[in-house]
Design a protein around this ligand. Sequence first.
Ligand SMILES: Cc1cc2nc3c(=O)[nH]c(=O)nc-3n(C[C@H](O)[C@H](O)[C@H](O)COP(=O)(O)OP(=O)(O)OC[C@H]3O[C@@H](n4cnc5c(N)ncnc54)[C@H](O)[C@@H]3O)c2cc1C
Length: 402
Amino acid sequence: MTTRQNSSADQESAAVVILGAGPAGLTLGNLLHAHGIDCVVLERSDRAALGARARAGFLAANTVRTLERHGLADGLRRHGRPHGVCEFRTDGGRFRLDYGSLGRRELHTVYPQQDLVADLLTHYLDAGGRISFGTEALAVHDADGVRPVVAARDAHGRPARWQARYVAGCDGRHGAARRSLPPTALRHQCDHGVSWLGLLAEAPPSLDAVGYATHRSGFAGHMARTPEVTRYYLQCERGTPADAWTDEQVWDRLDLRMRAADHGPLRRGRILRRTVVDLSSDVVEPLRHGSLLLAGDAASLISPSAAKGANLAVLEAELLAEALVGDLAHGDATALERYSRRCLAHIWRAQEFSRWMIRLLHAAPGTDGESFFHESLRRSRLDSLRTSRAHQDWFAENYVGV
Ligand SMILES: Cc1cc2nc3c(=O)[nH]c(=O)nc-3n(C[C@H](O)[C@H](O)[C@H](O)COP(=O)(O)OP(=O)(O)OC[C@H]3O[C@@H](n4cnc5c(N)ncnc54)[C@H](O)[C@@H]3O)c2cc1C
């Protein structure tokens, strides 16, 4: 195992340099550090910005088990809330799926991503883990060799270099890891042709369930985050600016699409954050290029339609940690050789379900015969989900699983 540090004034080193302190990078950092592998996390943001980045909130049962297995689940066990019901609101009425008692009978844990990131960071630092905030990785050089180098810029804008045995690219879809991939790397991508205005509202949840509403004016979604904060989604035209609608117009649209007139008004509050998300997905293949390994959004971007991204990030980080520990601590590279294949199997399954959800929740655009055909298929799919126990079990297994 390589444990050299600070090899020279302007070049530092670690056995594993991890790019990015999101769920993937910090889970990996914690697991490597716990196994005595010398690693460092390079994160371009400061600590305060990390703790303010509200994104995911629904953790799958497997994610919770993974974090529990490694002693990283104290916060979510204390403050997370179990969740197992979703409600569909459609032209034909509403129906609820108690998915926690279907399929594998597993529940989500609702716990905001920024709280999970803060917990992982605290745990990592308390255990003596190394992190360099305000350090932006620019490129990974010589990834095919055995001593790759990360070129970076530190918090003062000065150049910095990190030499490693392995570089873990956990820096998301726009990070340096992806930019450093060789031309042989494949990137399979899909634009789902749908955009959402993602909203974080200072308002208690209005339903005791995840709410999915399909309406002729577009999709609307409701997801609890905390007793005081709720995430909503509103389908919008591609190119709509995030501030196109006032708070009141946003709530009016949500009320209309969630059919508040029939099922009760939503609990309104200040809109804290707005983000327009163009639903798209991609998968890099393979996930290993010499000494550079990808995990999380850097490996595969997945649309938020089925809440899989953060869950895949944790799963992949655990597989990557296992593979790196195998090689660096025990001289066994078998798991490293299998890393890409193992992750891709999970990634494609999640991508498939996520795409299925998009098709379930959004009307086919247009008014021609083919659009009518697709719209009729979608309604039939919803009807099958409402009435078929086998379909509901399949849904539950994929909805909570990664
Ligand atoms: C609106 C929204 C809602 C979502 N809801 C859910 C949900 O309910 N459930 C779910 O599972 N997923 C959800 N997701 C997806 C989930 O948030 C992501 O999949 C998850 O954050 C991926 O984790 P990661 O660690 O791979 O990347 P990130 O969380 O993006 O972390 C990457 C880190 O790398 C840093 N970084 C980037 N570039 C560099 C660089 N060059 N040098 C150094 N550092 C760098 C970034 O600052 C960041 O801290 C949602 C996403 C969005 C946008």
